[in-house]
Design a protein around this ligand. Structure first.
Ligand code: FAD
Length: 311
C-alpha cells in the first residue's frame, strides 16, 4: 500500500444530518439551499458533498452537489438546478423547507480545489450550473487579502439564467482585479453588448491570462462544454497540467464496489494521485475501485475493485 492510500483509508467520511436554514431562489430553474450540518470539519473551495434521500420503504438515492459557499461562511450553500425527469433535484427544489433535515457527507474531492494560497492568475470558466464550485472560489477570493487577479467566463442560455448575477456583478464592481465575461448562448437582452453564442477560441484568447503567466484554470459545466473549452485551451498553448475540469453530468456513470456493493456516481468519487498514476476509491468503504497506471508500455486501467461500471 502506498503512502497516499494509507492516508486515504484512514479518512472515512461519515453521513451526518444537516438542518435546512433557508432556501433561496436564484433563477427560474435554480435554488440554493443554506444548510447547517451537525458537525462540519471545514472545506476547500471546489469540493462537494453527497446528499442521501431515504424513502419510507427504505429506498435510497444519493447525488453529489458542489459547495457554493466559501470556507469562511457559517452556513453551507448548495445550488441545485432542475433537470428533466430527475429523481433527487425536484425533491430538493420543490419539497425542502427551512427547518427540514437532510442527510449529507463531505467534504469530498481534493483535485478540483483552489485555495487563496495559489498566487498565479485565476481563470474560471463556467457553463450553466457549473458555476457553483467556481462561486465558492470567487467568494473565498473575495474574502481574502492579497488576491490573485482573476477572470470569470460564464456561459448561460440567457441573462435570466445567470446564477448569482447580482453578487458576481457587485464583486466585479468593487474589485478591479476581477473581470467577468458573460456569454449568452440562446437569448440576449435588447442592446446586449456582451458576447453572443458559445465561449469560443477568440473569446478565450482575448480574456484568459496568457499561457506565459501560467494561469490556474478551472472549467466546470456539461461534458460537451468542458471538452470543447479544454480542447480550445490546449490549442491556445495553455499547459494541460494547469487546466482542471469538473463535469457534474459525468455523475451519470455509476460504479459498483466489489468489496461493499455500494453504488456511486463516478464523478462524485475522489481521485487520488498515486506513484505512476491515479487511484479511485469507494466513498463508502474506501477500497480501491480503479487504478490508472502510466507505464512505458502504455496506460493501464486496473478495475479489480469494481464489480461493474454502468454508463
Ligand atoms: C461532483 C459533482 C458535483 C455536482 N454538483 C452539482 C451542483 O452543484 N448542482 C446541481 O444541480 N447538480 C450537481 N451535480 C449533479 C447532481 O449530482 C445530480 O446528477 C443532478 O441533480 C440530477 O439528479 P437527479 O436525481 O434529479 O436526476 P437523475 O434522476 O439522476 O436523472 C434524471 C435525468 O436528468 C439527466 N441528468 C442528470 N444529471 C444531470 C446533469 N448534471 N446535467 C444534465 N442532465 C442531467 C439524466 O440523464 C436523466 O435523463 C453534481 C454532480 C457531481 C458528480
Amino acid at each position: 500500500m502506498t503512502a497516499t492510500e494509507t492516508s486515504v483509508s484512514s479518512r472515512r467520511i461519515e453521513w451526518q444530518l444537516a438542518e435546512v436554514r433557508d432556501v433561496v431562489i436564484e433563477t427560474p430553474r435554480v435554488k440554493s439551499l443554506l444548510l447547517r450540518p451537525a458537525g462540519w470539519p471545514g472545506h476547500l473551495p471546489g469540493q462537494h458533498v453527497d446528499i442521501r434521500l431515504t424513502a419510507g420503504d427504505g429506498y435510497q438515492a444519493q447525488r453529489s452537489y458542489s459547495i457554493a459557499s466559501p470556507p469562511e461562511d457559517e452556513l453551507l450553500a448548495l445550488t441545485v438546478e432542475r433537470v428533466k425527469d430527475g429523481e433527487v433535484a425536484p425533491y430538493l427544489l420543490d419539497e425542502l423547507r427551512a427547518g427540514d433535515q437532510l442527510e449529507l457527507r463531505g467534504p469530498i474531492g481534493g483535485y478540483f480545489v483552489w485555495t487563496g494560497a495559489m498566487f498565479s492568475p485565476l481563470c474560471l470558466i463556467a457553463g450553466g450550473a457549473g458555476v457553483t464550485p467556481l462561486m465558492a472560489m470567487l467568494r473565498h477570493r473575495d474574502r481574502s487579502s492579497g488576491r490573485a487577479p482573476a477572470v470569470l467566463m460564464y456561459s448561460a442560455r440567457s441573462l435570466e439564467d445567470v446564477i448569482y448575477r447580482d453578487e458576481i456583478d457587485a464583486m466585479a464592481r468593487r474589485d478591479n482585479s476581477l473581470r467577468v465575461v458573460h456569454a449568452l448562448t440562446r437569448e440576449q437582452p435588447k442592446g446586449w453588448m456582451g458576447h453572443r453564442g458559445r465561449i469560443d477560441k477568440t473569446l478565450l484568447a482575448a480574456n484568459c491570462f496568457p499561457p506565459s503567466q501560467n494561469p490556474a484554470i478551472y472549467v466546470c459545466g456539461p461534458t460537451a462544454f468542458v471538452e470543447s473549452v479544454s480542447g480550445l485551451l490546449v490549442e491556445l498553448q495553455f499547459d494541460p497540467l494547469n487546466i482542471k475540469t469538473e463535469r457534474p453530468d459525468i455523475g451519470l456513470a455509476k460504479i459498483r464496489c466489489e468489496a461493499c456493493d455500494c453504488v456511486s456516481s463516478v464523478g462524485s468519487l475522489a481521485l487520488y494521485a498515486a506513484p505512476m498514476g491515479a487511484v479511485l476509491h469507494c466513498a463508502d468503504c474506501e477500497s480501491v475501485l480503479m487504478r490508472a497506471v502510466d507505464t512505458p508500455h502504455g496506460l493501464w486501467l486496473e478495475m479489480a475493485g469494481a464489480r461493474c461500471l454502468k454508463f
